[in-house]
Structure formats: structure tokens, C-alpha cells
Design a protein around this ligand. Structure first.
Ligand code: HAS
Length: 567
């Protein structure tokens, strides 16, 4: 599908703008690992203080880069799959809100007014521009879903009353419906508590309630990141390996299971928090195991699709077919496979560590340790980032009408990223068992021989994790070279929106995966059931300590400390 003018500008900038910010995010990640290993012993770099850098690293990489990419990718995919142009007024407004929101949040973080980490836990308080920026980014990201894709899907349905909704379209709609639902609690947190305190309209907030609202959003957020990767794995990866998607119904079932299980699990981030009843934590633990189910389905369906493709290429035997996958192929679009397979390898570790985190009693060993950082660098930092990077390069080449440049660099990048983060993950997991904390400038404490806090037994794993971080950053630099060379190369064909879409091998006639109403009903009921009591605990009868705002770099209006502890 040809693309020109404003549509092309919007799509390209939704990929390129966050990527430029990601460069800063990745650099600050390098600073983190070097500081934690005691190689850098400073409380800042380039004028950016350690926790300010950690806030920028988390917010840019996990919120800004992901949100922009997901909107840009979904815009292009919806155009391609439904064969309809984008509604430009909606897209301009969405683009403007996202860019202005990002710049406002960036201003607050870069000037030290929002050193609150990406979880913005109260009583840490940011300047109002940070919260308003986040709100604008989120509102902007939702506009295309409501005002562009939904009307397009309805129109498509009217024109094709008997056809099945394309799998990729269904994936995008589930992702954004989930995004809309999870935004509700965090919007309440920001609009009713954080923003009023930051502006001086309220004096205190209740940390337990605001954290509970945050994790109501915070865990489904990870599936907002993951589902676009799954769309690529189901609808594109099979074609790249010369095969077909093994089961269309299994893919749809996986998306629908995410719809019902992604949200009511947030208490697994709060197992150690007082004031919430143990029984409800256990209930959320059970549901967390349920949300791993669609990922298990994905593991088997994707493996079966790869096997089908490899056997079409002559692969034989129980394991021999693995050798027929295009690990280092430069032919056509097959280079993209390297991004998916390396992401999948990392996600095997991300999945196992996630299940360890989810286990109520194991979590007590790993919570707030380096283990958690290991986990999320193989999930959001693994499969999600690699598939987003690979697809960014693919889309930039198509939208500019250029060939992918420096294909060798583009091919090696995901392998280095995978090796780096595998090393990082293993070292951080062992370190977590040793008790190494997360979110700590260890270069000025535990890995500094001059410090009273020095822990020589923690040093080796921190150094291995730094080595992993350096290898991954070398991979990122290779990617960056290929990305910019491709962006700036001379066009050789018409700019287009194109994707390597796969067919399905089996399209089972399972009515339930085509009827969304019962799934949405179960989703709403399960969320209501799982959250009414924790919210009641947090708001009314748990540890209800009203806390004043805290920000060391800008004064938050505050009259006096009010603490009220109730049973
Ligand atoms: Fe998580 C904390 C539990 C998935 C991200 N998670 C985090 C945090 C982040 C994060 C960012 O229960 C930190 C938040 C913070 O700052 O405090 N997580 C889980 C569970 C899953 C899970 C059960 N997480 C993710 C995904 C993320 C992500 C996905 C980002 C995209 N996580 C937790 C818990 C905590 C947590 C607790 C709180 C910990 C604490 O105490 O603070 C599951 O969804 C995972 C299911 C995954 C699988 C893997 C399937 C494998 C596949 C690959 C197949 C490979 C193939 C190729 C076919 C079951 C699909 C093989 C090829 C070869 C060559 C071998």
C-alpha cells in the first residue's frame, strides 16, 4: 500500500522520534551497570544525577519508546490490513499530544523536577509538568483507537459481514482495549492524588492506595508492551521462516486470555506490603499463573510454526529442523528473523523468572533485589525491545523506500543484545539471591572498597552484569548505524506500508474466539471481584497513613504532616 505526505510523516516520526530518545535511555542504562559494578564511582554523569538517570532510563525506554512505537506500528498495520487511509485530523491531534506530553515530561526529568522513577511511588512527588506530560502522552495514544481504528473496523465489518477479522487487527484491538481499561486506575491516581498534591491543592496522599492504583495499571502495562510483539510472532514470523501460522484459533485464544487475565494481578507487586489482606494477595497470585498460560500457548504455537517452516525448507528429524531456520539470512526480509529468535530465547528466561516472582513465597526472596531487574531486561528489555527495534528498521526502510543498509550490522545486533542480556540476567538473578538490592548506586556504597558498606561477595556478579550491559550496548550501536544509514539512504522504490504477513495452516472453526462479548464480560467481572476488597483495604481500613509529598529539588507546598493510622 503506497503512502505519502502527512501520513508518511506521522508514521515515520512515530518510529524515529522515540528511537532518538531511546539512545539517551540506553546510554543511561550503561551508566547504571557501570555504576553498580563500581567501575564508575560518581553520583552522576553528564550533569545527570544517578536517580534522575534511572528515572529517565525507565521512563524513556519503558513508557515513551514503547508507547510511540506501538501507536506507529498499529497505525501502519491497521492501514495495511483494513486497506483504509488513516484519518488525518485524529492522527495529527494524537501526534501533537504525544509529542507535547513527552517534551513536558522530559523537561521535568531533565531539570531534576521529577526524580520519581518510572513507578512514581508517593510520597516521591514530581513537578506537575511530569504528570500532565504523562497524561497527554497516554490520551494521545488512545485517540487513534477510539476515533480512527474502531470506526474503520466497524466499516470493514459492514463491508465484509461474513469474513473473519484479520488476526493482526484483532491483536491491535485487544491491545488497545486493554490499554484503555488499565489507564482508568492510573488516571485516578494521577488526577485525584498526585497532580493535586504536586500543585499544592492537596496536602497529603495515601501511599498504599496510590500504589495499589499504580499496580492495577502497572502489571497489565507489561502486556501492552508484549502484545505487539506477539502480533509479529503470530502474523509475520511464520512467513519469514517459509511456513505458516500453525493455528489461527490458538493465536486468537492467547489474545483473549490476555484480555481477561492481564489486569486482576497487580497485587503480585505488593506481596510484601502491609495493609492488604493475605487472601487477596494469594488470589492475585493464582491469576498471575493464569496469565502465564497464553504465553505458554504462544511458545508452543510459535515453535510449531517455526517447525512447519523449517520442514518446508527440508529440515528433518526431531531436532534437525532447527538448523534450517534463517538465523543469519540476508535474503529479502529474512534478517528480521534474528530479532524474533533472539527475543524468544531471552523471553524463555523472562518467563521462568516471572513465574518465580509470581510465587507468593519465592517472591519474598527476590522482591526488591537485583533479580527483578534481571527479569525485566529479558522481557521488556528482551523480546519486546528486540522485536520493536527489528520492526522499526523494517518500517523505516519501507516508509522511506530504501534498502536496509549495513545488513551485517543489523544482523549481529540482536545476537549481541541477546548474549549481553543473558549474561546480565544470570548475574543479576544470582546477585538477587545474594541479597543485592535493585535501584541502588552501588558504586558509592556496596561495590566501593573505600565504603563502610563494601560487600566484596557482591562484586563479581555486578561486574558480570556490567560486561553483559556493555555487550548489549555494542549491539545497540550496530543497530543504530544500520538504522540511520537506512533512514538517510537514497530511496530505490515507492514508499509503502508493507508487512511480511503469513497465512494460517489451520483455521479452526471455533466460534468462541470470534465472539468478544463474553470475554469482555468475564474481564469486567474478574477485575471487579479481584479489586473491590484490596481497594477497600487500601482506602478505608488498611494502613491508612496520609503522607506529605517529598521532592528534594523543588518545594512541594505543605502545611504540616498528618498521620493517621487506622486498623
Ligand atoms: Fe513481570 C515484575 C511476574 C511477564 C515486566 N515484570 C516485573 C517488572 C517489569 C516486568 C518491568 O509476579 C518490574 C516492575 C517494577 O519496577 O517493580 N511477569 C510476571 C509473570 C509473567 C511476567 C508471571 N513481566 C512480564 C513481561 C514483562 C514484564 C512480559 C514485560 C514485557 N513480574 C512478575 C512479578 C513481578 C514482576 C510477580 C513483581 C516482582 C516484585 O516482587 O517486584 C508472565 O507473563 C511470563 C509468562 C512467560 C512465559 C514464557 C513463554 C516463553 C516463550 C518463548 C518461547 C521460545 C521459543 C524459542 C519458542 C511462560 C513465549 C526457543 C528457541 C530456542 C533456540 C531455545
Amino acid at each position: 500500500m503506497r503512502v505519502q505526505g502527512a501520513t508518511r510523516f506521522i508514521l515515520l516520526s512515530e518510529i524515529v522520534f522515540p528511537f532518538v530518545l531511546l539512545i539517551l535511555g540506553v546510554l543511561l542504562g550503561l551508566f547504571q551497570v557501570l555504576a553498580r559494578a563500581g567501575i564508575l564511582r560518581t553520583d552522576g554523569i553528564l550533569g545527570i544525577e544517578y536517580y534522575q538517570g534511572l528515572t529517565l532510563h525507565g521512563t524513556i525506554n519503558a513508557i515513551v519508546f514503547t508507547t510511540f512505537f506501538i501507536v506507529g506500528f498499529s497505525n501502519a498495520l491497521m492501514m495495511h490490513q483494513l486497506g483504509r487511509p488513516l484519518r488525518l485530523p485524529v492522527q495529527w491531534l494524537s501526534w501533537l499530544l504525544m509529542v507535547v506530553g513527552t517534551l513536558m515530561a522530559a523537561f521535568a526529568m531533565l531539570t531534576g523536577r521529577a526524580t520519581v522513577l518510572y513507578t512514581f511511588y508517593p510520597p516521591l512527588t514530581a513537578h506537575w509538568s511530569f504528570y500532565v506530560g504523562v497524561v497527554l502522552l497516554v490520551v494521545g495514544s488512545l485517540l487513534p483507537f477510539f476515533l480512527d481504528w474502531t470506526p474503520s473496523v466497524l466499516a470493514w465489518r459492514r463491508e465484509n459481514p461474513t469474513a473473519r477479522l484479520p488476526l493482526a487487527v484483532m491483536g491491535v484491538m485487544v491491545t488497545f482495549f486493554l490499554w484503555f481499561v488499565m489507564i482508568i486506575p492510573v488516571a485516578i491516581e494521577i488526577l485525584f492524588f498526585l497532580l493535586p498534591v504536586s500543585l499544592g491543592w492537596r496536602e497529603t496522599f495515601n501511599p498504599l492506595l496510590t500504589r495499589t492504583l499504580f499496580w492495577f495499571f502497572g502489571h497489565p502495562l507489561v502486556y501492552f508492551w508484549l502484545l505487539p510483539s506477539y502480533i509479529m510472532l503470530y502474523t509475520m514470523l511464520p512467513r519469514l521462516v517459509g511456513g505458516k501460522l500453525y493455528s489461527d484459533a490458538a493465536a486468537r485464544l492467547a489474545f483473549l486470555l490476555f484480555l481477561i487475565f492481564s489486569v486482576p494481578v497487580g497485587l503480585h507487586h505488593q506481596y510484601t506490603e502491609g495493609g492488604l489482606t493475605a487472601g487477596w494477595k494469594l488470589w492475585h497470585a493464582f491469576l498471575t499463573f493464569m496469565v502465564a498460560l497464553p504465553s505458554f500457548i504462544t511458545a508452543f504455537t510459535v515453535a510449531a510454526s517455526m517447525e512447519h517452516g523449517a520442514r518446508q525448507q527440508g529440515g528433518q528429524g526431531l531436532f534437525g529442523w532447527w538448523a534450517k531456520l534463517p538465523y543469519f539470512s540476508r535474503e529479502g526480509d529474512r534478517w528480521l528473523f534474528a530479532y524474533f529468535i533472539n527475543g524468544l530465547i531471552l523471553f524463555l528466561f523472562g518467563g521462568i523468572t516471572g513465574i518465580i516472582n509470581a510465587s507468593y513465597n519465592h517472591n519474598l526472596v527476590v522482591h526488591n533485589t537485583a533479580f527483578i531487574a534481571g527479569h525485566f531486561h529479558t522481557t521488556v528489555g528482551g523480546l519486546v525491545t528486540l522485536s520493536f527495534l527489528g520492526m522499526s528498521l523494517y518500517m523505516v526502510a519501507r516508509l522511506r523506500g530504501t534498502e536496509v543498509q549495513l545488513k551485517g550490522a543489523a544482523l549481529w545486533a540482536p545476537y549481541l543484545w541477546m548474549i549481553g542480556f543473558l549474561l546480565f540476567e544470570i548475574a543479576m538473578s544470582v546477585a538477587g539471591f545474594q541479597g543485592v538490592p535493585r535501584r541502588t548506586n552501588m558504586g558509592l556504597s556496596y561495590t566501593d572498597p573505600q565504603s563502610d558498606l563494601y560487600r566484596p561477595d557482591w562484586l563479581m556478579n555486578m561486574q558480570i552484569s556490567a560486561l553483559g550491559g556493555v555487550i548489549a550496548v555494542i549491539g545497540f550501536v550496530l543497530f543504530m548505524l544500520s538504522f540511520f544509514a537506512t533512514l538517510l539512504a537514497r530511496p530505490v522504490r515507492e514508499p509503502a506500508v508493507e508487512f511480511p504477513m503469513s497465512e494460517a495452516l489451520h483455521e479452526e472453526p471455533v466460534a468462541l474466539v470470534h465472539n468478544y462479548r463474553p470475554w469482555v464480560a468475564v474481564m469486567v467481572l474478574l477485575i471487579a471481584f479481584s479489586y473491590w476488597a484490596p481497594l477497600y483495604d487500601a482506602a478505608v481500613r488498611g494502613i491508612k497513613a496520609e503522607s506529605p509529598a517529598y521532592n528534594e529539588r523543588f518545594p512541594v507546598p505543605l502545611k504540616e504532616l498528618q498521620t493517621e493510622v487506622r486498623r
